[in-house]
Design a protein around this ligand. Structure first.
Ligand code: AHR
Length: 322
């Protein structure tokens, strides 16, 4: 499949922290603007930074008043932000949930206030599906399957794998693990020998890989599966510092498709990246506009993505938008 290339022109950026806002929905309504409250997870990875840029740029382009809040990777901060958006009577709330569970009470509050909620990038685990209007994001299980499929081909179906998981309890960590395990299930000689969270960050990815390389299993590791590129890039440093060649002594497959991952493929240090497209701004605000126009919106919007290897990295990097 060819990758989806989405070019975003950043014309202006409008950002509001949820605290200290004086502008109400009524003020914005007077100017005819749609007001959207967005709670972002944080800035844990290059992917997240690109996602934030896309959302802010698209809101600015469409003249939407965006009230943006960075939760610094804490669920409690996201809940506070959502409550604040409810108090401000925004038109629509959108958020990227850091973990899957624990959202029912605050989502019920939004529903009671008549404010529709759109899940962006990650989903939530709730029994009452009427608590959100739509979920826009990637198919993380499929991404895990694609990573496994690539590794099965590249290793001839024989690999002793170490896994760097994302944030515990986060949808992409749960689903990418599931998809990968499904993908290797039909290859009896592919085994995950160690698995730990690197919290989707470069620093933690490096730290955990260092520990893997000091463990009794260090001599048998032949492959690394990282739930995102940032952790893989951190792990690459750890592998080099341990005197090994990333991409050769240890095959590496990760997820996201950020530019530094393409550079690592060009350098021969990363073998494959499975795309997870962060440029969700245009689709998110299409959903917001449709909601505001009283149209029925789809409950699930899946983002199209591709798989990239060293073979085409030099050409692909030229058109990467993030
Ligand atoms: O939810 C998407 C994941 O979150 C990305 O793969 C990762 O880089 C980010 O932090």
């Amino acid at each position: 499949m060819r990758p989806l290339h989405v070019m975003v022109v950043v014309s202006a950026i409008v950002a509001f922290a949820f605290s200290g806002l004086s502008c109400s929905r009524q003020d914005a309504q007077e100017t005819g603007k749609i007001v959207v409250g967005f709670s972002q997870i944080g800035a844990e990875s290059d992917w997240r930074t690109a996602n934030t840029r896309s959302i802010k740029a698209e809101a600015a382009k469409r003249g939407i008043e965006l009230r943006f809040s960075d939760a610094q990777q804490k669920q409690e901060n996201q809940i506070k932000a959502i409550r604040s958006f409810i108090a401000q009577k925004v038109d629509v709330i959108a958020f990227s949930p850091v973990v899957e569970t624990g959202w029912e009470p605050v989502l019920r509050e939004a529903k009671a206030a008549g404010i529709p909620v759109i899940l962006s990038d990650r989903t939530v685990d709730v029994t009452d599906r009427s608590l959100y209007a739509s979920f826009l994001g990637a198919d993380f299980v499929e991404e895990g399957r694609r990573a496994a499929e690539w590794l099965a081909g590249a290793s001839g179906g024989k690999a002793q794998i170490v896994e760097l998981q994302g944030t515990p309890g986060a949808a992409p960590a749960i689903d990418r693990k599931k998809g990968f395990e499904e993908g290797i299930a039909s290859h009896p000689q592919m085994k995950i020998i160690k698995s730990q969270s690197g919290d989707f960050t470069r620093a933690k990815g490096k730290e955990v890989m260092e520990a893997f390389l000091k463990s009794p299993e260090r001599g048998s590791i032949t492959a690394l599966y990282a739930h995102n590129d940032d952790m893989a890039l951190g792990a690459i440093q750890a592998i080099e510092e341990a005197g090994l060649k990333p991409g050769k002594d240890i095959l590496i497959v990760s997820i996201d498709g950020i530019r530094p991952a393409f550079q690592a493929m060009i350098d021969g240090k990363l073998n494959c990246t499975v795309e997870c497209n962060p440029l969700l701004g245009p689709q998110l605000f299409d959903l917001v506009a449709d909601l505001k126009a009283g149209k029925q919106i789809p409950r699930r919007v899946v983002v199209k993505e591709g798989v990239f290897t060293q073979a085409t990295a030099k050409t692909d990097i030229q058109t990467r938008a993030y």
